[in-house]
Design a protein around this ligand. Structure first.
Ligand code: SMO
Length: 778
């Protein structure tokens, strides 16, 4: 990797591809997932077959236990809140109450002794709904006279953000060319391998409930569920055991978890629910449903001088908790100018309600869509000015840091230009262009597409407060303990589910206190044993929990030096911690960490009050946020007969600051790119005009398989962050952000001879074929 920044801190463990400490159990099939737990009672939800209407009656079979809204009157609705952007709070009942608002909304819950029995009974529950015409499309929702989804949000606009820099109009008027891109991102589902699941068990001795659930934010689930039910939070323990992927879908509070917890408390037993794939596709959270119009004003040298955006986000029937449905449109508004130097900006960002499944975060959050739109705009501008797509980026990428964006975001040091040049170098453009021409002559269509982007990561609480969120996640706390045997544990509030934090945080501690990572256990995901924290989302954990870990480990180090100084009768400054020992430099005197730990717990009378007993330290970190970046390049082959696109080569030159474990970093990028290619080419949740969902299984909704994903070429740069004490930037989502832009630019490059363009994702064979047919007719 190329390093930009202070570099080489002589670390022994950070920067090494040690194997993941979490993997042995998982690869041997010994992971523990929520759905593995036995339960006395099982729940099956009866879901609305109608997108909109009034519930007339619910008829349960004789003797069955069927819970409806009438049975849970004391349970509060989920009502997320934003204090800005004309946000209209709307509440979501835990079970549909009087009205249904999307196909798949839970109307009743059947409780039975087994999952099978609950499912059979659910089939016999009759729901009578007086159907109303549904509003499905985001643009249709804001037409005059569109039916209102919630009375609280007139015109179905649940939020409206507007921004305009003071000099905008003057600069706009000087443009040599205005380039426009009308982009459409269809709706997608995060599709974690493990769908949602909850298991709540009542303890008759303490009266407490232990809720196991597949979640990214266990502490916030506890706070929110206790709040909905009106129970003391201390009576609820939430455990996120092994979690089979989240990708944002498991960040939001779902009604089902509230109901399962309420049932366990009400029935004083254990109650479980495991979502099936169909439920996950129709009733879990969706994402990415946006119309984005972007106009760029360029001067005569193809320099972008002003940018105007209109973001319309179809947020579905309700608002998700805790981010609210502002998560997509407001992030689009804040981060749209991306890696480009443009100080004049105007944006209108709206969230609109429809009779569709609620939208929430999905890996990359909004940036896959805004990057796609912005990068299409750049390629269109390149064409209009007859300059090379790489060249127009060279003219416009930010190269001076720190940089303050038009929206006031402070970018720390980044490498937009450098990562693109690494990619350009690796690709050999002249050779590709020659091959492309030869192929065209034979009726074969190749294309290449570049995408550069900036990704804000490791958001601290001020960033969420700026968005007006009533709840501002951001900080993390870590408790590091050296136990009396000299082994180490770190209890963290963050809640990884595949990101490898047990390994990377151990690497950070290992370097600080001089013990190998195998001696360090990272404990997470249990509200009884981990400190309060916010979980894993928004490419934050290694930045924020990693920072908190470093702070706590530094305190442990300071204390170990004190103890060693006392035990070895040496000056602290002469002591080095390494190989599980404290050594006096330049001598053969040393003492093991086990002996120091034993002293700290059992021989504290010898400290004479100068050193506090015990060996636990705490670190809390709430950073301002830092910006990762990358350049993605896709090389595609387009079949002009069928419209089929094959990604033949995919290259990523990424920069997430200091890389703690290169193998884990590569894995995150690989997975993200695979999801992103699915988003670019295949994945689409389709509703018909009545609001029925046509993609309710994995034959119709198509995540990519190994067949669609080429081997991915990775290049790293390490621009050490000044805004993150580990110098690491977030990495978890970046892989997903680039592919829609790079792949669509590549498809459009391949389409050049036909004179047509596609600005819709996914770019399915049907869409491409339709474009080519129209071109033939013209
Ligand atoms: S989509 Mo993420 O879990 O912020």
């Amino acid at each position: 990797a190329h390093t930009k920044g202070s570099g080489g801190d002589g670390m022994k463990w950070v920067g090494r591809s040690i194997r993941r400490l979490e993997d042995p159990a998982l690869v041997q099939g010994r992971g523990r997932f929520t759905g593995d737990l036995p339960s006395a009672r099982w729940v099956r939800f009866v879901r609305s077959p109608n997108a909109a209407g009034t519930i007339k009656s619910i008829t349960a079979p004789e003797g069955a236990m069927v819970i409806t809204a009438a049975d849970i009157k004391g349970v509060k609705k989920i009502t997320p809140m934003l204090h800005k952007f004309n946000y209209k709070p709307v509440g979501q009942p835990i079970l549909a109450d009087g009205e249904v608002r999307f196909v798949g909304e839970a109307v009743a819950a059947v409780v039975a002794a087994s999952e099978e029995e609950a499912e059979d009974i659910a089939d016999l529950v009759e729901i009578e709904i007086e159907d109303t015409a549904a509003v499905v499309d985001g643009r249709a929702a804001i037409e005059d006279g569109a039916r209102q989804i919630h009375p609280e949000a007139p015109g179905n606009v649940i939020l409206k953000g507007e921004a305009k820099t003071p000099g905008f109009d003057d600069v706009w008027a000087t443009a040599a060319k205005i380039i426009r891109c009308d982009a459409r991102s269809h709706r997608q589902n995060a599709t974690p391998m493990e769908a949602r699941a909850a298991h709540a068990a009542y303890d008759p001795v303490s009266g407490r409930i232990t809720l196991h659930c597949t979640a990214q934010m266990p502490h916030l689930m506890r706070t929110a569920i206790a709040d909905c039910i009106g129970m003391p939070e201390s009576d609820l323990r939430v455990i996120a055991p092994d979690v089979g992927g989240g990708f944002g879908q498991k960040m939001s509070l779902c009604t089902e978890y509230v109901l399962v917890t309420w049932l366990a408390r009400h029935l004083k037993t254990s109650v479980a629910w495991t979502e099936d794939r169909r439920e996950n596709l129709i009733a879990s959270f969706h994402s990415r449903d946006q119309y984005v119009t972007l106009e760029g004003a360029f001067d005569k040298d193809a320099k972008l001088i002003a940018l105007r955006a209109d973001v319309l986000s179809n947020v579905g029937a309700y608002s998700c908790f805790p981010t609210t449905c502002g998560v997509e449109p407001l992030m689009a508004m804040a981060e749209m100018p991306g890696p480009y130097d443009v100080q004049q900006y105007q944006c209108l960002a709206r969230g609109v309600l429809t009779n569709t499944c609620t939208m929430a975060a999905y890996r990359g959050v909004s940036r896959p869509v805004i990057t796609f739109t912005l990068e299409r705009l750049m390629d269109k501008a390149a064409k209009a000015f007859a300059v090379d797509p790489i060249d127009i980026r060279r003219r416009n990428l930010i190269t001076q840091f720190p940089y303050k964006s038009a929206m006031g975001l402070e970018y720390d040091e980044a490498s937009y230009r450098e990562t693109m040049e690494i990619a350009v170098e690796a690709i050999n453009m002249p050779a590709f262009r020659a091959r492309q021409q030869l192929a065209r002559d034979k009726g074969e269509y190749l294309g290449i597409g570049f995408a550069t982007f900036s990704e804000r990561t490791g958001y601290g609480s001020p960033a969420f407060a700026a968005r007006g969120m009533a709840i501002t996640p951001g900080w993390e706390t870590v408790h590091v303990t050296v136990d009396p045997s000299g082994f180490v544990e770190a209890r963290i509030g963050s809640s990884p589910h595949g990101q490898g934090l047990r390994t990377t945080l151990a690497q950070i501690i290992a370097d600080e206190i001089g013990v190998p990572p195998e001696m360090i256990k990272v404990i997470h995901g249990d509200t009884d044993t981990a400190p309060y924290g916010w979980g894993t989302f928004a490419s934050r954990s290694l930045v924020i929990s990693g920072g908190a870990t470093l702070i706590a480990a530094r305190k442990i180090r300071a204390k170990l030096l004190k103890i060693a100084g006392h035990m070895l009768e040496a000056a602290e400054t002469d002591i080095v911690l390494e190989d599980g020992k404290a050594k006096v430099a330049g001598t053969d005197r040393d003492i093991s960490i086990a002996a120091m730990a034993r002293e700290a717990y059992t021989q504290t009378h010898r400290f004479k009050g100068e050193i506090e007993p015990g060996l636990t330290e705490s670190g809390t970190y709430d950073p301002p946020g830092t910006f990762s970046n990358a350049c993605h390049v896709a090389l595609v082959r387009l079949d002009a007969e069928t419209g089929h696109v094959k990604v033949e080569r995919y290259l990523v030159a990424e920069d997430a600051g200091r890389i703690i474990n290169p193998m884990i970093a590569d894995g995150q990028v690989h997975g993200g790119v695979a999801q992103g290619i699915g988003n670019a080419l295949l994945e689409e949740i389709i509703y018909d005009e009545s609001g029925a969902i046509l993609t309710a299984n994995l034959a119709d909704y198509m995540p990519p398989t190994a067949h669609e994903i080429p081997s991915i070429e990775l290049h790293h740069m390490e621009t050490l962050s000044t805004q993150s004490i580990t110098k690491a930037k977030g990495l978890g989502e970046g892989g997903t952000i680039g592919p829609p832009a790079a792949v669509l630019n590549a498809i459009n490059d391949a389409l050049t001879p036909f004179g047509v363009e596609i600005d819709t994702i996914p770019a399915t064979p049907q869409r491409i074929r339709a474009l080519l047919r129209n071109a033939e007719r013209a």
